[in-house]
Ligand binder design. Structure first.
Ligand code: CMC
Length: 427
């Protein structure tokens, strides 16, 4: 039986359909409301707005559930790999062995960057932030493959197997090339083991006389990428979908999403966590003074809180134990890990954080692992972007295949009403 809601405005009733998702989430469908009533709905920051129907990822923030295409994140983190999860997100099902090896082969084929892309990366000012480099690099990549970035939706969809593998592969090459160039080194690609993370780590760090990358390290990185791979309608994914809704190609959409991810309240939080932990450590605080200043609104406990999770972020739970294992494997002792643990246990027993349902999020422990692996802090958000790329691509594909019209929210104008132009001499 189809349900509906009645909205009463100035004695006039408007029946609005109720939309029910496969996990029984419900929404009042207001898409016809303006046409019927001239009213729009107002939801500053979209906290209560469903912007689309999607079949990629399900989150129940109250219960701390995250599923990609129906599979629980903890099960995927234990049994799957990043590349297999890329396939799952983009194509909707786990791959057969043949499908997986064909994706692996496509990704391995694009490890090298076209010379024009390398030249574009080199031409950027030396102080350009790695996230800006990444965004430019992705646009340059689209430029190097005009057939794959035509802004003709059908052509871009027809070429999507190739463009998505290219982006998933080259995004790590762009990150590694920028890192090498920033150190005055050449970018020489990798040894090409065919293992996504091993190849990336080798592009980033290995020199001719290095002894290879410990397996535990590349495995930990694989789990970090997998945990970041999608998170439904977050800021950067919504940006990607918004750009895609206008008909832009996957390269442009992912480059825009990269910019959206950069900010400290979104992907930039993993850098902010390390900065915060280092400052607490240097000041001699064990975390208690910092907690007090966060409660007084003078600072924010970075890596804590989430718009959707009002319970423990399931990704943080996995990363907390991955953090112990990775540091053990690397034989690294991290004084800031003790501070992080102390901050977490203090916050979880404090009324301020309990009342506001603030728990550690995915960024709270990931930075500590990345730092122990030797990644400079300013590359952390780039690593988030590498992990998130398959999610952005899955959403690009969803919009390009099923999207009905360009995304275009409305607003409530609160500015000046009509006034007449004053000549400059009279102002
Ligand atoms: N430390 C201290 N207080 C906080 C924090 C925090 N990290 N987060 C929220 N609050 C307080 C906030 O001050 C407000 O208090 P009050 O009701 O007294 O005004 C209340 O909790 C609600 O906060 P909000 O800002 O309205 O919540 P939001 O849903 O708009 O923001 C958030 C979510 C993630 C931006 C925010 O929790 C935050 O800034 N966290 C720190 C940054 C961070 O870790 N971001 C990474 C998010 S996970 C990765 C990703 O998906 O990008």
């Amino acid at each position: 039986m189809s349900q509906s809601a009645d909205l009463l405005i100035n004695d006039q009733s408007y029946p609005l359909p109720i939309l029910t998702g496969t996990e029984q989430e419900q929404a009042v469908d207001i898409s016809q409301l303006r046409k019927l009533s001239k009213f729009i709905t107002f939801d500053d920051g979209y906290g209560n707005t469903g912007s689309c129907e999607s079949s990629v990822t399900f989150i129940d923030g109250d219960k701390g559930i995250l599923r990609y295409r129906g599979y629980d994140i903890a099960e995927l983190a234990e049994k799957s790999t990043f590349l297999e999860t890329c396939y799952l997100l983009i194509y909707g099902n786990l791959p057969t062995a043949t499908e997986l090896s064909s994706l692996e082969a496509r990704v391995a084929q694009f490890t090298e960057l076209p010379p024009e892309v390398l030249a574009a990366l080199k031409a950027l000012p030396a102080n350009t932030h790695p996230m800006a480099v990444l965004s430019c690099g992705l646009q340059a990549l689209g430029g190097a493959f005009p057939d794959l970035s035509s802004n003709n939706k059908q052509q871009d969809l027809d070429n999507f197997d190739k463009s998505s593998s290219l982006i998933i592969s080259a995004i790590r090459s762009i990150a590694a090339a920028r890192y090498r160039f920033s150190r005055g080194e050449e970018f020489s690609g990798s040894e090409k083991s065919g293992n996504y993370c091993e190849d990336f780590l080798s592009m980033m760090f290995s020199s001719k006389d290095s002894n290879g990358i410990p397996e535990a390290v590349s495995k930990a990185l694989d789990v970090i990428f997998l945990l970041h791979a999608d998170h439904e309608q977050n800021c950067s994914t919504s940006t990607c979908r918004m750009i895609a809704s206008g008909g832009a190609n996957p390269f442009a959409s992912v480059a825009g999403a990269t910019s959206a991810l950069w900010g400290p309240l979104h992907g930039g939080a993993n850098m902010a966590v390390i900065k915060m932990l280092n400052e607490i450590h240097q000041s001699g605080d064990d975390g208690s003074k910092f907690i007090q200043s966060a409660k007084e609104g003078k600072s924010r406990l970075m890596g804590f809180g989430h718009r959707v999770y009002r319970n423990y972020d399931p990704r943080a739970k996995i990363l907390k134990s991955a953090c112990d294992q990775a540091l053990d494997a690397l034989g690294v002792d991290s004084p800031i890990l003790d501070i992080a643990r102390n901050l977490e246990s203090t916050a979880l027993e404090d009324e301020y954080f309990i009342q506001r349902k603030l728990y550690p999020n995915v960024d709270f422990y990931s930075g500590i692992i990345l730092q122990a692996m030797g990644f400079p802090t300013d590359t952390f958000t780039v690593l988030f972007a590498i992990g998130r790329a398959p999610g952005w691509l899955a959403h690009w594909k969803e919009i390009a295949s099923n999207g009905k019209r360009i995304h275009r929210p409305r607003q409530i104008y609160q500015g000046e009403t009509l006034r007449s132009y004053t000549e400059i001499a009279s102002r």
